[in-house]
Design a protein around this ligand. Structure first.
Ligand code: FES
Length: 574
């Protein structure tokens, strides 16, 4: 596409013609104080900004967006900031996952409905990354993803604190009576010390790394801490690159290829990334029309070594990862496991981008011949309890529990769990298998991060810190423990999970990739037929739309009507 011919720009349809409508668009641009030299024939870069006071991970986006605008102007484009919803992980209830598809729809529609020639997507906190990318893939306009970067390390009494992982750890100690109220408050004051996303290898760090791996970000940007000056420098470069891409592409669909998804899973496994990445990548692949499923994760996991020693699976935090060379160094180290010929947003291949990147700390980023584990951190399970699949992050589990048979202790839903888990009369032992149902995409709704079920208090007091837990929920990327997640179909959709009763034996066999309920099939059928249908009643609103159209975890929990790569017609302008 010629850079000299503005009629090739999408925004020309709004601003260029000699028509009544274009007159209106131009006159309103002048209302903004713009003139011919500002917008005539220049690529319009829409900057989708997920800033809000409600999302502390994105607080610095007010200044990041200025850096992006500076880059756009430097390259001869016109920046237009577009506020979109944020779905921050901590405050959005009942779960930010309920709103991932909402943001994805908003991103897609805002790009398509407006004179946007290229988009810059500003995200980081868990769901914002997949949501923005899902929307951009469906919109089909060139897009660059700018990650927020991780916050600085937490600190308490000279100890390093990691987001999420240390919350769960110290909360268990508090429930066991080992931490005073004052110490607990000190931890509260030291665990989140700056803007930026969680600095463990949780969902945010996982998804931003995978976005970069897939070619959606300026190389190196996902590892840069939010408060590092390189964050603004790379944001400005994203702005410059967006102007070039408005003319020349690539479009998101050219990046979201099967090879790119395979690369993303390889890197997810090498990082010991969040189990949430599975749901998000499946949803993104669905948008791109790529045939990619749970079995692809398991196949890749079995042959990918775990190389990054990052919490919650390992010891270090994102700042250490950055200092060790960051994602580019990791990618270069494992180059022979990746498709290096895939394109990226800067016009170079992945292989060209990472050439020369070096690892500076072999403890944080291991050598391929000295991995933390020979296979990836996540396994896909099947069996009569999960005919359509379930997942476990075994790299963050207790090795002795990965082959386990125990009696079920069943919780009907989260309220039942909260009411009884610490009851001294609860019949439970360290060998029990805790079961939570009605926590899936439809049943909860929104598939909240309830999958790291709390250890019963009386077992905590006996020193138990892990046990087998199974559910149709997700768990935070910063969580750990022997937790089987994403059971599909979920109990509210008629899955076997709905038939489990207290005392039934459940077998977890991670090496055999099995999850089985030791109850005859005809008895399971009888129980399911006799079980009361749980009423999911939302008479109106977004949650009604959600529960009627969300897909199961093995399809990524997207809306059924948003899947697929059928092009949506460009809006008429008249
Ligand atoms: Fe925003 Fe963890 S709370 S990334």
């Amino acid at each position: 596409m010629s850079r000299q011919d503005p009629t090739h720009l999408r925004s020309y349809r709004w601003y260029g013609p000699d028509s009544l409508r274009a007159f209106g668009h131009r006159s309103r641009a002048r209302q903004s104080g713009l003139g011919d030299s500002d917008f005539a024939g220049k690529p319009v870069v829409g900057i989708l900004n997920t800033w809000t006071d409600l999302n502390s991970c994105h607080l610095h986006f007010k200044t990041t967006v200025e850096a992006i605008k500076r880059g756009v102007l430097q390259e001869g484009g016109l920046p237009m900031e577009i506020p979109v919803m944020s779905c921050g992980e901590t405050l959005t209830k009942p779960t930010s996952m309920l709103y991932r598809n909402f943001l994805a729809m908003e991103a897609e529609e805002m790009i398509r409905a407006n004179p946007v020639d290229a988009a810059v997507l500003l995200g980081g906190c868990d769901k914002s990354t997949p949501a923005l990318l899902m929307g951009a893939i469906s919109a089909g306009v060139p897009a660059i993803y700018v990650p927020s970067g991780p916050m600085i390390k937490g600190n308490w009494n000279g100890q390093v604190l990691g987001s999420g992982a240390d919350v769960w750890k110290y909360w268990d100690e508090r429930r066991a009576g080992n931490l005073s109220e004052e110490e607990w408050r000190e931890i509260e004051g030291g665990i989140a010390r700056s803007p930026g996303h969680c600095m463990t290898m949780g969902t945010a760090a996982t998804m931003t790394a995978l976005a970069e791996t897939m070619g959606f970000s300026i190389p190196g940007s996902s590892s840069v801490p939010a408060m590092d000056a390189n964050h603004a420098r790379l944001a400005a470069e994203a702005g410059r690159q967006a102007v070039r891409n408005a003319w020349e592409g690539p479009r998101p669909g050219e990046l979201a290829t099967r090879k790119a998804f395979e690369n993303a899973v390889v890197v997810d496994m090498a990082l010991g990334g969040s189990t949430n990445a599975i749901v998000h990548l499946l949803a993104m692949a669905g948008r791109a029309g790529i045939n990619f499923n749970l079995d692809d994760f398991d196949v890749i996991s079995r042959k990918t070594p775990l190389l990054a020693d990052l919490r919650p699976s390992g010891r270090f935090l994102m700042d250490d990862f950055y200092g060790a060379g960051g994602l580019c160094a990791l990618l270069n180290r494992m180059g022979n496991l990746l498709h290096l010929d895939v394109p990226t947003v800067n016009g170079m291949t992945l292989g060209e981008n990472i050439t020369g990147s070096r690892v500076f700390n072999d403890e944080v980023i291991r050598n391929c011949d000295n991995p933390l584990a020979d296979d990836g951190g996540t396994a896909v399970l099947r069996g009569n309890l999960a005919p359509d699949g379930a997942v476990i992050k075994h790299s963050a589990a207790t090795p002795e529990l990965l082959q386990h048979t125990g009696p079920a202790v069943v919780f009907e839903d989260y309220n039942d769990l909260a009411a009884r888990i610490d009851d001294p009369e609860l019949e439970v032992s360290a060998d029990s298998v805790l079961v939570l149902r009605n926590a899936g995409p439809v049943g909860a709704p929104g598939m909240p991060e309830w999958g790291m079920l709390p250890i019963p208090k009386k077992l905590l007091e006996q020193g138990v810190r892990d046990m087998v837990r199974i559910s149709d929920a997700r768990m935070s990327g910063t969580s750990y423990g022997t937790c089987v997640l994403h059971i599909a179909p979920e109990s509210a959709a008629g899955g076997t999970l709905a038939a489990v009763q207290d005392g039934d034996l459940i077998t977890l066999d991670v090496s055999g990739r099995r999850l089985e309920l030791d109850v005859p099939e005809d008895e399971i059928k009888r129980r399911l037929a006799a079980s009361d249908e749980r009423t999911i009643a939302y008479a109106r609103g977004y949650t009604k739309l959600y529960t009627e159209h969300v897909t199961q975890a093995d399809r990524g929990c997207d809306f059924d009507f948003l899947e697929g790569d059928e092009p949506t017609p460009e809006p008429e302008i008249h």
